[in-house]
Write a protein that binds this ligand. Structure first.
Ligand code: AMP
Length: 393
């Protein structure tokens, strides 16, 4: 019998899940519960090529997960027969506490709760998912896999903000990063494919949220997200890097409250703020229709990518591999071409034909013999979480 892991990613009003065979890498089932707590919720369960959908009220996370387990019983696969050996929970903020997966007990729950002020939208939701998960599946170990773990041991030079030490310490202000599970998975995949463990790599995780990392010999040495996922690259709706004094300016002269500025920077900025659309497919459509704001928006997006590639090559003193991943990175050849434009001096080039190939497989898109291997590597955070959970058993 195969051993499987149920991976749970619990958000403030949603639960995403996947039943994964960590060895073979397949998902045996997947689905999501959304609009938890609203008048009508939505549940979608995919298994064996079949999609089951329900529209009904889901009062809370406990009810949501109960419904999911009922669907596993009704339409399969049967969890016991599928050999479930663990539940892996995605947790966004592990702070300075965790640099790898951890088996969940009451102490771990306490730490995740203590870290909630650093990720107020995510950790409480993750915690709820864990609590109901443990209640409903008490006979298997539950493991927390943190988005920040891969960046826990960044060198001090990269992790420390140039801020008054006392204030920084008192309020735990440092660079924690995010998307770590994806950066770790993609950089490990590139190393495996190239058969080398001494590589200097840059990973660009470009989804609706976006982040860059610099990885030397499997260890993260820098990353673009900071105390929160707001810093760094231009994202679907987030500013990325911005002069902190913009906050003072908007508060003093724009009469905006801290919450309003938080909402502006996180939800109404990035591509959305620049072009009116956060989805790059829409941005391209606007550009094709001659929209000048969309053209500039894409320019700001790719300019930031080139800046990070250049600075991370400098941080590492060289570059062997540049990988693109996530929704934009895996699908958007125009963004990939824009990100490397003019970087031939660093040895970064892409082959136009290879770049246009559409595929779900990891692949090289640089020309044969190029100094830097440029790759597209589909990320698989669920599989990475399942494997990390298994590693503790
Ligand atoms: P993710 O957060 O990884 O799910 O990525 C979501 C984002 O990927 C969307 O907002 C789009 O901007 C982008 N995306 C998805 N599919 C495509 C595509 N075929 N071409 C360009 N961008 C895409």
């Amino acid at each position: 019998m195969t051993a499987t892991v149920l991976v749970i990613n619990s958000g403030s009003s949603s639960i995403k899940y996947q039943l994964v065979d960590p060895e073979g890498g397949q998902a045996l089932a997947s689905g999501l519960v959304e609009r938890i707590g609203e008048a009508e919720g939505h549940i979608e369960h995919k298994a064996g090529g079949q999609v089951t959908e329900r529209y009904e009220r889901v009062s809370d996370h406990g009810e949501g997960l109960r419904q999911v387990l009922a669907l596993f019983e009704e339409v399969g696969p049967d969890l016991a027969e599928a050999g479930i050996v663990a539940v892996g929970h995605r947790v966004v903020m592990g702070g300075s506490a965790y640099d790898g997966p951890v088996r969940i007990d009451d102490d771990v729950l306490g730490v995740i709760e203590e870290l909630s002020p650093l990720a107020p939208l995510h950790n409480p939701a993750n915690l709820t998912g864990i609590q109901v998960g443990r209640m409903l599946l008490p006979d298997v170990p539950h493991v927390a896999v943190f988005d920040t773990a891969f960046f826990r041991n960044l060198p001090d030079d990269a992790a420390t903000y140039a801020l008054d030490r006392e204030v920084a310490e008192k309020f735990s202000v440092r660079r924690y990063g995010a998307h770590g599970t994806s950066h770790q998975y993609v950089s490990a995949k590139a190393a495996e494919m190239l058969g080398r463990d001494d590589l200097k790599q840059i990973v660009l995780h470009l989804g609706n949220g976006a982040s860059a990392s610099a990885v030397v010999g499997g260890r993260a040495v820098d990353t673009s997200m900071g105390l929160t996922p707001l810093e760094g690259l231009v994202m679907g709706t987030r500013t990325g890097d911005i002069d902190a004094a913009v906050v003072f300016h908007l508060a003093r002269n724009g009469g905006m409250s801290v919450d309003e500025i938080d909402n502006l920077f996180n939800k109404r900025s990035g591509l959305k703020g620049l072009t009116g659309e956060n989805d790059l497919r829409e941005v391209h459509r606007l550009i094709d229709a001659g929209d000048e704001n969309a053209r500039v928006g894409l320019g700001v997006y790719t300019h930031r990518l080139r800046k990070y590639i250049g600075s991370y090559a400098a941080v590492m003193g060289g570059l062997d591999v540049l990988s693109f991943t996530a929704g934009v990175g895996e699908n958007d050849d125009v963004v990939r071409a824009g990100a490397v434009k003019g970087l031939e001096f660093l040895g970064v080039e892409i082959d136009l034909e290879k770049n246009q190939v559409r595929s779900k497989e990891p692949r090289v898109i640089s020309p044969d013999g190029a100094r830097v291997t440029v790759m597209v590597i589909p990320t698989n955070e669920e599989l990475a979480i399942a494997r990390q959970a298994m590693s503790l058993l």
